[in-house]
Design a protein around this ligand. Structure first.
Ligand code: NDP
Length: 240
């Protein structure tokens, strides 16, 4: 199967921002979407808007059994799985000295274990069918460490490494890292440190809209099977 048309694509974190934009972009390209996140009401509205091309199920990516059930439900609905877009992520930034251990744990659970749970849910299928594509949304923070973002960047360096490891271990599976620069979404709305929240507002003055990242994901998916786009970095023009 080449191109995007008719491919069955699973997208996590589809209830807002980059995930939602990706679902719209891929539906317009003819994909069949199975979408997940915790806020079911948002997924229900998006799936209703897209009609037969999309189905949804509530998903907490930190729960391996829930992710397995999500993949099983996608296969039951559409008959197979061709692509997983591991997009769900959280970014409660703070300086290390603030010792926000619960927030560190949440970032590691969602951004790293969430990605691994997704890979585990689809990898046996992809190996058996000798074909599949895992797209992991990392960040520009997979390449540089930003102030107050030590843990967040640590999780995104891990996403980069996991995707590269997957690529090296599997000749027939495509693996792509998408590394967005600052993008205007709900990410970071849960930052608890007022100074850091203000800094994020400032960074957002020069930001992408989520459709820019969705187009990069579409680009990776629409290549022929023999072409594996390993990474796409997308920054706002003139950003440092
Ligand atoms: P949003 O906050 O808009 O979207 C994050 C999504 O992740 C939401 O749909 C949320 O859904 C979902 N999510 C969070 N926790 C869980 C969970 N436990 N289980 C399932 N879904 C979960 O932010 P973005 O669209 O910006 O983020 C998408 C990805 O892009 C993230 O991985 C982020 O790190 C990355 N990124 C974003 C950048 C930016 O500047 N915006 C820059 C670089 C990378 P719900 O709450 O309904 O579960």
């Amino acid at each position: 199967m080449t191109g995007i048309s008719e491919k069955v694509v699973l997208v996590t974190g589809a209830s807002s921002g980059i995930g939602e934009a990706t679902v719209r972009e891929l539906a317009a390209a003819g994909a069949q979407l199975f979408i997940g996140a915790r806020r079911g009401e948002r997924l229900e509205a998006l799936a209703a808007e897209l009609g037969d091309a999309a189905a949804w199920r509530a998903l907490d990516v930190t729960d391996p059994e829930d992710f397995d059930a999500f993949a099983n439900a996608a296969e039951a609905r559409f008959g197979r799985i061709d692509v997983l877009v591991n997009n769900a992520g959280v970014m409660p930034l703070s300086p290390l000295a603030a010792l926000k251990r619960d927030e560190w744990k949440r970032m590691i659970d969602v951004n790293i274990h969430g990605v691994l749970n997704g890979i585990a849910a689809v990898l046996p299928r992809f190996v058996a069918q000798k074909q599949g594509h895992v797209v992991n949304v990392a960040s520009i923070g997979a390449h540089l460490v930003l102030p107050t973002a030590a843990v967040y960047c640590g999780t995104k360096y891990a996403v980069w490494a996991i995707t590269e490891g997957l690529r090296q271990e599997h000749d027939e599976i495509r693996s792509t890292v998408i590394s967005p620069g600052v993008t205007a979404t709900e990410l970071g709305d849960d930052i608890t440190d007022p100074q850091v929240a203000a800094a994020l507002k400032d960074w957002r003055k020069k930001s992408l809209t989520p459709d820019a990242i969705a187009r990069a994901i579409r680009f990776a998916l629409e290549q022929p099977e023999g072409v594996d786009i390993n990474e796409v970095i997308v920054r706002p023009t003139a950003a440092n």
